[in-house]
Ligand binder design. Structure first.
Ligand code: GLN
Length: 482
């Protein structure tokens, strides 16, 4: 059942929020042991929120747009008094003293928090295999990964533990798991959604965003979480989200560019599988059939995104993660001196991938290498911004696959960081440019697993991504995707 119909039923009194919650918790009890979507199921919190919504309805008080809708929160979102781990041992036992702005907005909107979802440690990964608490399984095929880093959030929605979830996306961590789990996932324009209370990975790249089973639910969730927040200094002022208004606008006359370098055309990145490319082509054809003007377009620097990202993101991470020193948060491993305590805590508390990123980032920022690595990556980032800006003079949106392949089996890529990093080749550019992007399911691959198609748009055209995704969803549902 969609979040929209749950909210409508609860607001009208046709169903109680408590019974909606019971239904979802029953499914959690049935499958969570197998899936491991959650680090923590917050049943008590959920019950009190559901009861408060039901009491408001009974009293005739106004309720929010997500009244009684179960929702899962990625475990890198600060929730006051509720353990928040980033799936890292270093934060075990830590309870934030405040709520993320997104969390308070959702609570005000009447959402019911069912739990904190599993992720790759500190959101570093593409498969949720890097969690310190064990992997999450893809509900569509439990032998496969759900994607990552927001794998727990995507799996929670795909398993119908909750119709909605929040993830974070630094290089693709909402869109790629959405593609792998056959749901909708969207990364907003940088600054459209408050980062206050998002535990930082790469601060210039990170954004919270919605997961849902369909485009309309994702748009409704987006409209609740987006908008200016004075607590986040990078939050965009004077921005009123209106994704839902875009849903029925269609694509007549819209100029759609298919990015050659990310869609198997001349000069394309390697490793994009044939079935994914076939579905992407069908999606493009569906847009043309719906009245869009479709053309192939070249964005040469798009292929450089991966290299620039794996300098910029680790550089920012090495600085952001310096705060886990054994003094202020979570784990402390005692030792005779403060320095030894810091080292012992960080050695025991961080997993292999996080350590790899801290070392990469520290190296890239070190004297003598700063210009050669970090400085150069920033130049590439600027070049990409310029390239995309000039392409958007002639195109309203761009299309690419979301990920090179469908969901892969456990262990297939975890031993080789490079093959894992390549997963994000199509999603990373919009993190570096700060632009919005959405993944919408469009048919299945040769293995029967879902394929996601990505719609990209210029900064602040978030509504447009939902607009185009709605047309793709309708085409896929009508059988336009094979
Ligand atoms: N997979 C990418 C990484 O490991 C992106 C992660 C993310 O978006 N949080 O850095």
């Amino acid at each position: 059942m969609s979040a929209r119909s749950i909210a409508a039923d609860v607001a009208s009194g046709a169903r109680s929020a408590a019974s909606v919650l019971d239904e979802h918790l029953a499914r959690v009890r049935e499958r969570e042991e197998e899936i491991h979507a959650f680090n923590l199921v917050t049943e008590e919190k959920a019950r009190s929120q559901a009861d408060a919504v039901d009491a408001a309805v009974a009293a005739g008080d106004p309720v929010g747009p997500l009244a009684g809708v179960p929702l899962a929160l990625k475990d890198n979102m600060c929730t006051r008094g509720i353990p928040t781990t980033c799936s890292s041992k270093i934060l075990e036992g830590w309870r934030p003293p405040y709520d993320a702005t997104v969390v308070s907005r959702l609570a005000d909107a009447g959402a019911v928090f069912v739990g904190k979802t599993n992720l790759d440690e500190f959101a570093m990964g593409s498969s949720t295999e890097n969690s310190a608490f064990g992997p999450t399984r893809n509900p569509l095929d439990t032998g496969r990964v759900p994607g990552g880093s927001s794998g727990g959030s995507a799996a929670a929605v795909a398993a119908n533990f909750a119709p909605l979830a929040i993830g974070s996306d630094t290089g693709g961590s909402i869109r790629q798991p959405a593609a792998f789990c056959g749901i909708v996932g969207m990364k907003p324009t940088y600054g459209a959604v408050s980062r206050y209370g998002l535990i930082a990975f790469g601060s210039s790249l990170d954004q919270f965003g919605p997961f849902a089973t369909d485009v309309a639910d994702a748009a409704a969730l987006y409209d609740v979480i987006a908008g200016h927040d004075p607590l986040d200094s990078t939050s965009i002022t004077d921005f009123t989200p209106n994704a839902v208004d875009h849903l029925s606008r269609g694509v007549q006359g819209l100029r759609v560019g298919v990015v050659r370098e990310l869609s198997g055309g001349a000069g394309s990145v390697e490793g994009l599988s044939a079935d994914v490319l076939a579905r992407t082509n069908e999606a493009v054809e569906a847009l043309a059939a719906a009245g869009a003007i479709v053309e192939e377009v070249s964005v040469p620097s798009a292929t450089l995104g991966l290299s620039a990202y794996y300098i910029v993101a680790p550089a920012e991470a090495s600085s952001n993660l310096a705060r886990y020193d054994g003094v202020r948060y979570g784990l402390r491993v005692d030792a005779p001196t403060t320095g030894e305590m810091n080292t012992a805590t960080r050695t025991a508390g961080f997993g292999a991938e996080v350590k790899r990123r801290i070392m990469l980032g520290t190296y890239a920022l070190s004297a003598g290498y700063y210009d050669a690595f970090y400085g150069k990556a920033l130049k590439v980032r600027t070049m990409m911004l310029r390239d995309f800006a000039s392409v958007y003079e002639n195109f309203d949106v761009l299309i690419t696959p979301t990920a090179p392949t469908t969901a892969f089996p456990f262990g297939e890529r975890s031993s080789d960081p490079m093959t894992m990093y390549v997963n994000d080749v199509c999603t990373i550019p919009s993190n570096l440019t700060g632009h919005p992007g959405i993944s919408v399911p469009f048919g299945v691959g040769d293995d029967g697993l879902p394929v996601g198609v990505q719609v990209l748009a210029p900064a602040l055209a978030d509504g447009l991504t939902f607009q185009v995704a709605a047309v793709l969803e309708a085409a896929a549902n009508a059988g336009g995707a094979t």
